[in-house]
Ligand binder design. Structure first.
Ligand code: E4P
Length: 222
């Protein structure tokens, strides 16, 4: 399982990376604009922060095939390894995903709203698929559609991994982890809410109070 953080905000990345076992960061054009920095700077700051073994996913902005390929080749050389080009599954995007596979450029097929488009992107050679779970919920049962996708890939023995994206709450994340999604990209608030049960703090407060009352200190050893 891979936990990816869906933000370009360094504080958010650091907060999650400090507490959780984070395997990488996803960005998209909107996410990069939110930093208020020039895009190249925002990307470089994330690269400077990440360990070499943590993955970075950067999306193309161009929409025609030749320009997508230019941007994919540019993105691929931003780091020596663990750099993935995100390409939306438009028709030019699907063509580019196929070409990237030929050139050895690792890809994440993104802006996915259907299990069928996702499956075809996998068949074109995408390394990861990013179905937009919460946005898919606007059109039906997004969680179930992604569970179908996981089954479709498994039954066809595909090597392509599902990196489920666009989460708005912990329940969506829970259901897809339970269904076997190989990776999730979560905004920092959703990632941190997975490990933020008030009962845990209540239990710890109770342990501390009982200990201090009995032994007059707050640590195991005097
Ligand atoms: C990640 O790869 C996607 O770009 C992202 O999860 C989209 O999420 P949104 O629906 O919150 O924009």
């Amino acid at each position: 399982f891979e936990l990816i953080i869906d933000t370009a905000d360094l504080d958010g990345i650091k907060e999650c990376d400090d507490i959780l076992n984070v395997q990488g960061v996803t960005t998209n054009p909107t996410i990069l604009t939110k930093t208020g920095k020039p895009a190249e700077q925002a990307i470089q700051d994330i690269i400077d922060y990440l360990r070499p073994d943590q993955k970075l996913f950067v999306q193309v902005v161009a929409t025609d095939y030749e320009s997508i390929m230019d941007e994919a080749r540019y993105i691929a050389q931003l780091r020596p390894e663990n750099i993935y080009t995100k390409i939306p599954v438009t028709h030019p995007g699907l063509k580019a995903i196929k070409q990237c596979a030929r050139e050895g450029i690792p890809t994440l097929a993104t802006a996915i709203y259907s299990s069928d488009a996702a499956f075809m992107a996998a068949h074109n050679g995408a390394n990861y698929l990013a179905p937009y779970v919460n946005r898919m919920c606007n059109y039906g049962n997004g969680v179930q559609d992604v569970i179908d996708l996981i089954d479709m890939l498994a039954i066809q023995d595909s090597d392509t991994k599902v990196l489920a994206a666009s989460f708005k709450n912990v329940d969506q994340a829970h259901q897809l982890i339970a269904a076997g999604a190989q990776a999730l990209t979560l905004p920092p608030d959703v990632a941190l809410n997975l490990v933020a049960h008030l009962g845990t703090q209540f239990a710890v407060d109770e342990f501390s109070a009982n200990w201090e009352r009995a032994y007059g200190r707050t640590t195991l050893r005097a």
